[in-house]
Write a protein that binds this ligand. Structure first.
Ligand SMILES: *[C@@H]1O[C@H](CO)[C@@H](O)[C@H](O)[C@H]1NC(C)=O
Ligand SMILES: *[C@@H]1O[C@H](CO)[C@@H](O)[C@H](O)[C@H]1NC(C)=O
Ligand SMILES: *[C@@H]1O[C@H](CO)[C@@H](O)[C@H](O)[C@H]1NC(C)=O
Ligand SMILES: [Zn+2]
Length: 544
């Protein structure tokens, strides 16, 4: 009876709406303009803004130099709606309306879009995508550093070196540059592992996982072991992140009292120290923020920093005494790597944007995005646009939607305000909600519950509402953005395969196989010139 009445009202309203106005885009009351900014009502504001945009682009047109240094920032799961919402939160935290705010990388001169699907999957995971954006080859869901001829969990297939891929870190090292990795996740997690590991399964982070899957760690060494003992992991000057447990025996407690997870009784942190001692290079293992701050003053040549047993804490929940921020780790990494005159490649991951989304924790996902932006800002201050390329991108999207018709400046973490009777049930809905995940609420009395009425509403671990109940929210298959600043930034424009990224960075930096910015002329002109010289010589000799 009640729902019949509701349906009748809705039908009547929508029929009426069709006649009276564009029912897809409800007109708000006059109060809508009250949320607008005064200067924005003047056309001059927007015309000036556009002219400033033209000027900024003209000032940053293509540079001819090569990129000595490359810093790649990866926001794990940093979808385009995440960018827009994080930007709004940034502005609103400053007391502004928010939508007009700019993150540091929002101001980069070039933006492109990349396609993130994997060889066998419509929607990427962080392993196949890391292989694409660090090794330049698309592969299967869940595998790292090997091509798609290796099925996931096929240990034997992954031992075939013809299926192994080099990463852009290998290319940088081969050119005499230095390389490093920084992340807020376990250092053995899929994204950073794409820089150094070759594994048929991203989950083989320690020996226990390889054995559990029924394989021999001599055939298929675990990811932590590869980082410490294999090339290029053992050549990295900077390794900062979490995940100590995977490096320590399960009988051993780490500095913060947590047990290791290895079943082979090996202490890979000690083995790392031993390897560096054997090579008589200055090195330091650190686990505490203060050690990182001290190291900055007298930098050892090699640094291994593992600041948590597992992932680093979310920024908004971290103990700031013991855990460094992503910006702090990035700064020390850049200061360390900058000592190489030939330059460096640094990979920096804001890895927990993804985790927050998987739990439908919208605020944490946005805050982690802003934390990565602070790291980008730090890098942009430390490195010159003339010789350092900075690329910011994501591995895949998520299914968070930025929806509704809220007025300008409406709390990005709040409910969307509806004009006319747009919701059928009169219940509020969130501007940021998800299509799936743990934030599902069963209907109450045949209708949606009032989620803003919940006890933990507005807390960091309140789940934003979803349509489909899943234990964890899923990734999205949509394209993600690429932002670039520095030499050859314009190479990153357009819409292209994710696997082009390391090739484009290598082009700008003049490293690795393939065509380079510095050798472009030789490739185009050099070969014909060489051919001509050879034929002249041949002619000369044949005439004699
Ligand atoms: C942070 O960690 C330190 C060292 O373990 C501890 O003394 C301190 O109480 C912690 N702070 C908070 C806010 O938990
Ligand atoms: C909108 O909702 C209000 C309050 O429930 C009601 O009085 C009004 O008739 C509704 N308008 C339409 C067009 O359904
Ligand atoms: C939903 O809950 C909020 C917070 O308790 C309350 O202010 C609001 O009136 C409720 N709305 C409806 C439609 O029940
Ligand atoms: Zn994920």
């Amino acid at each position: 009876m009640g729902s019949f009445y509701l349906l009748a009202v809705v039908t009547a309203a929508s029929v009426l709406g069709c006649v009276l106005s564009d029912h897809y885009h409800p007109s708000g009351p006059g109060s809508r303009t009250s949320s607008a900014k005064r200067e924005e009502m003047d056309s001059k504001f927007w015309n000036d803004e556009a002219q400033a945009g033209i000027k900024a682009r003209l000032e940053r047109l293509q540079t001819a130099s090569k990129a000595r240094n490359v810093v790649m920032f990866l926001g794990d799961g940093m979808s385009v709606p995440t960018l827009a919402a994080a930007r709004a939160l940034l502005g609103q935290r400053r007391g502004d309306t928010g939508e007009e705010a700019q993150m540091t990388f929002d101001t980069f001169p070039t933006v492109g879009l990349i396609k993130t699907y994997c060889v066998d999957a419509q929607t990427a995971d962080s392993a196949c995508s890391a292989t694409a954006y660090l090794c330049g080859v698309k592969t299967n869901y869940g595998v790292l550093g090997v091509n798609a001829a290796v099925p996931r969990t096929d240990c034997e297939a992954s031992t075939d070196s013809t299926k192994h891929l080099q990463s852009i870190l290998d290319w940088a090292l081969a050119d005499g540059r230095d390389a490093g990795i920084v992340t807020t996740t376990r250092i053995t997690h899929a994204s950073p592992a794409g820089a150094y590991a070759k594994s048929a399964d991203r989950d083989w982070e320690d020996d226990a996982a390889v054995k559990k899957a029924g394989f021999d760690t001599n055939r298929c060494p675990d990811i932590a072991h590869q980082l410490i003992h294999n090339h290029p992991g053992n050549k990295l000057k900077v390794i900062f992140g979490g995940g100590r447990a995977n490096f320590l025996p399960n009988s051993f407690r780490d500095e913060e009292g947590m047990f290791g997870s290895r079943t082979d009784n090996r202490n890979l942190i000690q083995e790392w120290q031993q390897d560096k001692s054997d090579r008589t290079v200055k090195h330091e293992y650190i686990w505490h923020r203060e050690q990182l701050m001290r190291a900055k003053i007298d930098l050892p040549e090699y640094m291994l920093g593992l600041f948590e047993s597992g992932h680093l804490q979310y920024n908004m929940k971290a103990n700031k005494t013991t855990e460094p921020t992503l910006a702090e780790m990035t700064e020390v990494a850049i200061r360390s790597l900058s000592r190489n005159e030939k330059g460096f490649f640094l990979f920096v991951e804001g890895g927990r944007i993804d985790h927050a989304h998987h739990d439908n924790f919208a605020e944490l996902a946005l805050d982690e995005t802003l934390e990565m932006d602070k790291a980008v800002a730090r890098a942009a201050e430390l490195l010159s646009e003339d010789d350092s390329l900075i690329v910011v991108t994501a591995d895949h999207a998520h299914v968070m939607a930025y929806n509704g018709y809220a007025p300008r400046g409406n709390d990005i973490l709040g409910t969307s305000v509806t004009y006319a009777n747009y919701t059928w049930d009169g219940m509020p809905y969130m501007t940021l909600s998800y299509t799936n995940g743990p934030g599902f609420r069963p209907h109450v009395g045949g209708g949606r519950p009032n989620v803003t009425d919940e006890e933990d509403y507005g807390t960091l671990t309140w789940h934003s509402p979803v349509d489909v109940p899943l234990n964890y929210e899923t990734h999205g298959g949509d394209d993600v953005a690429v932002f670039a600043r520095g030499p050859h930034h314009s190479m990153f424009t357009g819409l292209y395969e994710q696997s082009q990224l390391p090739h484009l960075m290598a082009y700008a930096a003049c490293i690795g196989p393939g065509r380079h910015a510095c050798s472009g002329a030789t490739h185009v002109l050099g070969q014909p010139v060489l051919l001509l010289a050879v034929s002249i010589l041949l002619t000369f000799f044949s005439l004699r």
